[in-house]
Design a protein around this ligand. Structure first.
Ligand code: BGC
Length: 726
């Protein structure tokens, strides 16, 4: 008779129990290992009973799965990949805007769709798990990985992350196109001192619980199957060794049903870099006891863990618990029933298909933020007959696609995807998009103008000549992949190379100047704010970015994005997030810089204008279990249809602990025809007015709360009222 674990009639739990009872200690610990699948995979399958590989692509996944199926127990391998804004390491796959880009849409539906498409493309290539969404908060733009985040706000990050989780995982893991999501990096990665990746976070547990855990909790509530432990230490304790975070909160309090994976070699880091363990064995012990189930890329873990169990330092039950979680997840995904094998025939017709590209285009449209528009510069007027497109990012595939597409550049010996292997013809650059949209009626001339890095490599004179012969200039500047991402923290956020010089020279021509920013993070660009006629923030807009930017430039699409991260005026103003705490001495704040950010969280213009009026609260006094309906009238006062993102902020006026001066607690996207007024109602459960008290409990403290509604986080854009909680 067929063994129980091989019989799909039994539940994942029953099958796991049966399988576990047949496994040796070595086989169980093998399941807890995840290794880069490009390194001696046969050895890892046959001699180490590996549970998971990452970074495997193409036909290799199927080959390795076939080898695994012939081992003693035939346990399938789970393959993980960083498909964080599309299956970006797979040439020809659909590449969406970066997470920070799509966050500007404030549209959970578009993030869900993006994730569902990514899942489909990933699964068809034989992989099952993406290390996404990134739920770190991007609060210090010096940090290299800001482009991977949803920006600076915990509430918005939670909602958008949950949407991605639902898109990746579908209704249930056994759905044919579901893959596992992975909420990372747990927790407060990005908050390390000075924006220095993976070092030390100087934050107390109360702050962790107030600001950084909530978006992860929202992802957990959405059913996110896996979580990734962050590299850094909080108050001296590496997250990898933090039992309270992993076991007590994530597993016990939030009931994680899947498993926890470490980040890349966290176990090694604790010993080698963080010096928190004198040897690898101690490091492995700390990681297991704290609750990590799978160790990414620490080959030494295998031997260390076996020794730890044999000598009695680690109880075998802890190994069983980790292994059980991994196996149950494999059963839920249908891996044992061969439901997830590579299907290249289907893949060819689905990956990067027209429907997926349309979604990439739509998400890029909604990501674009209009930061300035004066003198009727945009949309491009009918009178314009010749446009000079100038700048290093006008025709640069890498800058446009952003991080996690070609692969981590700091491993030049094993790139994920060579530039030359990439089907760059599938990418519509900004220049391509403008040319296509301009058609025969408008002549488009182009010059790169300067290099992103080497200041001496420039053709400013040539670019200026083109500008002088044109009716307007579209300057496309920003940053590029080599200035963003892991191990790419920056101490300056200024434009690099001769970009600033180039812009100044273009301005001097006196031609209308529209600046398009292609960048992974906020840059310190006060000169552009003061001198450009129009500014479009397009982030890393993905493969359809050129078409989307052109649609905005020419007015086919009315921009509606709002930035989800504040732009500093200079790097010393960091951190400049909107949800600051009160109490900074003196009205001048820093004496040498305007206290407001260059552009504030929630800000973004449109080709039309909106008026907010008639703020009403359903009640002026409410109990702690209640719900307030906040209502406001929004009118489109311009002459074209547009979509507006209405934002709701709160402030706890007096509280037992200091609380942020403003906190986003709701939003609504509405579309209005010219002259139309809509009444927008946003539900605000009183539980959203809670804080973490000194005893680490989440409580709502009775008292007065300010309710603020408007078009951005700036005071001048908000209408306010007060509600009393009794
Ligand atoms: C990154 C993770 C990523 C992992 C696997 C790590 O260095 O921090 O975000 O998922 O590598 O590529």
């Amino acid at each position: 008779m067929k063994e129980i674990y091989k019989n799909p009639a039994y539940s994942p739990e029953e099958r796991t129990k049966d399988l576990l009872s047949r496994m040796t200690l070595e086989e169980k610990i093998g399941q807890m290992c995840q290794i880069d699948g490009r390194e001696n995979p046969e050895f890892w399958i046959n001699e180490r009973h590996i549970g998971s590989f990452l970074h495997v692509r193409g036909k290799e996944a199927q080959r390795l799965q076939d080898i695994a199926s012939k081992t003693r127990l035939g346990i399938p391998i789970i393959f993980g990949i960083d498909a964080i804004h599309g299956h970006g390491f797979y040439s020809g796959a659909t590449v969406f805007p970066s997470q920070l880009g799509v966050a500007s849409s404030w549209n959970p539906d578009i993030l869900k769709e993006m994730a569902a498409i990514t899942a489909k493309e990933v699964i068809l290539t034989g992989l099952h798990w993406t290390f996404s969404p990134v739920i770190c908060l991007g609060r210090d733009a010096r940090w290299g990985r800001v482009d991977e985040t949803f920006g600076e706000d915990p509430y918005l990050a939670g909602i958008l992350a949950a949407a991605m989780v639902k898109g990746y995982q579908g209704e249930k893991l056994s759905d044919p196109y579901s893959i596992l999501a992975c909420a990372k990096h747990y927790v407060a990665h990005g908050e390390t001192v000075g924006g220095r990746d993976s070092t030390e976070c100087d934050i107390a547990e109360r702050k962790v619980r107030s600001t950084f855990l909530p978006p992860f909790k929202t992802a957990a509530d959405a059913g996110c199957a896996t979580f990734m432990t962050a590299y850094h230490a909080i108050d001296g304790l590496p997250c990898t060794a933090n039992k309270v975070l992993l076991r007590d909160i994530l597993k016990d309090e939030w009931n994680l049903s899947g498993f926890i994976v470490t980040d890349w070699d966290n176990v090694g880091h604790m010993h080698r870099l963080q010096k928190a363990a004198p040897d690898m064995k101690t490091s492995a012990e700390l990681a297991i006891k704290a609750g990590n189930d799978m160790m990414m890329s620490t080959p030494e873990f295998y031997e260390s863990a076996i020794e730890l169990v044999k000598e009695g330092t680690i109880k075998e039950e802890l190994i069983d618990e980790a292994c059980r979680r991994i196996l149950e997840t494999k059963f839920r995904l249908g891996l044992f029933d061969h439901k997830r094998n590579t299907d290249f025939t289907k893949a060819r017709s689905i990956i990067g298909c027209a429907e997926h590209k349309r979604a990439a285009f739509e998400s890029a449209l909604q990501s674009i933020v209009l930061l300035k528009n004066e003198n009727g510069t945009l949309p491009v007027s009918d009178k314009v007959r010749k446009i000079a497109v100038i700048g290093p990012n006008a025709h640069d595939v890498e800058a446009q696609l952003g991080d996690w597409t070609f692969g981590p550049r700091y491993y030049p010996e094993k790139p994920m995807l060579e530039y030359n292997d990439y089907d760059i013809t599938s990418v519509v650059t900004i220049l391509d998009g403008i040319k296509k949209r301009a058609g025969d009626r408008v002549e488009v001339v182009y010059d790169k103008g300067c290099d992103m890095f080497d200041e001496s490599k420039e053709n400013i004179e040539g670019a200026v000549k083109l500008a002088q012969q044109s009716d307007m200039v579209i300057a496309v500047v920003g940053d590029t992949v080599l200035l963003n991402g892991e191990v790419r923290d920056r101490s300056s956020l200024d434009l690099t190379g001769a970009q600033q010089k180039l812009l100044e020279a273009l301005k001097n021509t006196g031609k209308p100047l529209a600046v398009v920013l292609i960048n992974g993070k906020p840059l310190t660009v006060p000169w552009i704010k003061d001198n450009a006629d129009s500014i479009i923030e397009a982030w890393n807009p993905g493969m359809e970015g050129g078409n989307a930017v052109a649609a905005v430039l020419f007015g086919d699409h009315n921009p509606c994005g709002k930035i989800t991260i504040s732009f500093p005026r200079n790097v010393g103003q960091q951190p400049v997030y909107y949800n600051q705490y009160p109490g900074w001495h003196g009205p001048a704040r820093y004496i040498d810089v305007d206290p407001e950010p260059l552009f504030s969280f929630g800000y973004g213009l449109s080709y039309t204008s909106y008026d907010y009026s008639n703020l009403k609260l359903s009640t002026k006094e409410i109990g702690i279990d209640g719900e307030i309906i906040v209502s406001i009238d929004v009118t489109n006062t311009g002459s074209i249809r547009g979509t507006e993102i209405v934002q709701l902020y709160i402030n706890d006026i007096y509280s037992s602990v200091t609380t942020p001066i403003k906190e986003l607690k709701g939003f609504s996207r509405i579309t209005l025809n010219p002259g139309e007024t809509k009444n927008v109602q946003i539900k605000l459960p009183v539980s959203q007015l809670s804080l973490i008290d000194r005893q680490l409990n989440r409580v709502v403290e009775p008292g007065e709360f300010e309710i603020m509604v408007g078009s951005s986080s700036r005071d001048c854009d908000l209408i306010k009222d007060i509600v009393k909680v009794v």
